[in-house]
Ligand binder design. Structure first.
Ligand code: GDP
Length: 297
């Protein structure tokens, strides 16, 4: 099973070492295991291929074949390469919120965890950085979503923009900016509408809001359990709206972290946070080491 990639590799090499000296072909056999494991972890084929190639170059240069513990050597090389590919920003958890009030735009598909993540980040900014945060829901098609954000706000002690019926998302965004300015807020977070699929209207709406407020950060929230779909969603959002970072949710589930690797490799965008549950504290700054460990098992 995938969870035991480390063991699996060691197993392969142990079998090989019993036969005597290791050849380059033996290393190749092991790297095939790495590739299969990555695919099982929902890493896309081109990304897995490139990754294995990079590992292969390092492995042949590091006298793995002469090592007495070649399995562990390869595991270490794989680990280091995973961290290398996953590493985005030096300080992914630091949001750009100078020039108060700073707008943060939250985008993503419905059900990805966008509203929850908005609340989690607002709470974090308030508690860790002492920021005054205002949250606003722009989901005019789903009154329940607007109420959900208001309820979260009450729970975590963060203000939400009062709901006014009949406004469009751009009007709400501008009202949030005015209110944030007048009220002395440091940050205002805009929770845009989500849909089950990306469509032209969703993109047009998010783009209009972006143009109206010029966000300091545009964070894309994606469900980490959806693997390749999450990567496709990210590519499209980034292409059409431009994102400054990604939040992977549901990383508390049994997803294997492969989405994180493809996400970085394909979109080039840094993963900033990971969601680890439904509670308002269940969010952490993205740490490449941790995800690498998870992919390796
Ligand atoms: P939205 O439609 O994108 O705004 O999604 P919501 O924020 O309403 O979240 C949808 C569901 O996913 C809710 O039941 C959340 O509690 C849950 N959820 C959000 N983030 C996480 C997470 O990181 N882990 C888990 N297990 N559940 C999450």
């Amino acid at each position: 099973m995938f969870e035991n990639l480390s063991e699996r590799l060691s197993g392969v090499f142990d079998r090989l070492t019993k036969q005597g000296a290791l050849s380059e072909d033996d290393v190749k056999t092991a790297l095939r295991e790495v590739r299969v494991a990555l695919l099982e972890a929902d890493v896309s084929l081109p990304v897995a291929r490139d990754f294995v190639k990079a590992v292969q170059e390092k492995a042949t240069g590091q006298a793995v074949t002469k090592s007495i513990t070649p399995g562990q050597q390869v595991v270490k090389i794989v680990h280091d390469e995973l961290v290398h590919v996953l590493t985005g920003e030096d300080d992914p958890g630091k949001l750009k919120i100078d020039n108060a009030p700073a707008p943060i735009l939250m985008v993503g598909l419905q059900g990805s965890g966008k509203t929850t993540t908005t609340g989690k980040l607002a709470k974090r900014l308030k508690e860790r950085e002492g920021k005054r945060v205002l949250m606003a829901s722009l989901d005019v098609n789903r009154p329940a979503a607007m109420e959900q954000l208001a309820i979260l706000g009450t729970q975590i002690g963060v203000d939400t923009l009062p709901i006014v019926k009949g406004e469009d998302p751009v009007q709400i965004a501008k009202r949030a900016r005015t209110q944030a300015g007048l009220g002395g807020y440091d940050v205002y977070m805009l929770d845009t509408a989500g849909r089950l699929h990306i469509d032209a209207e969703l993109i047009a709406q998010a783009a209009a809001v972006r143009d109206a407020v010029n966000p300091r950060e545009t964070l894309l929230v994606v469900d980490g359990l959806t693997g390749q779909v999450a990567v496709e969603v990210a590519e499209e959002f980034d292409d059409k709206i431009g994102v400054t970072g990604v939040v992977l949710t549901r990383m508390d589930g049994d997803g294997r972290g492969g989405a994180a690797l493809s996400m970085r490799a394909v979109t080039g965008k840094p993963i900033r946070f990971v969601g680890l549950g439904e509670k308002m504290d269940a969010i952490e700054t993205f740490e490449p080491e941790r995800i690498a460990g998870r992919i390796l098992g």
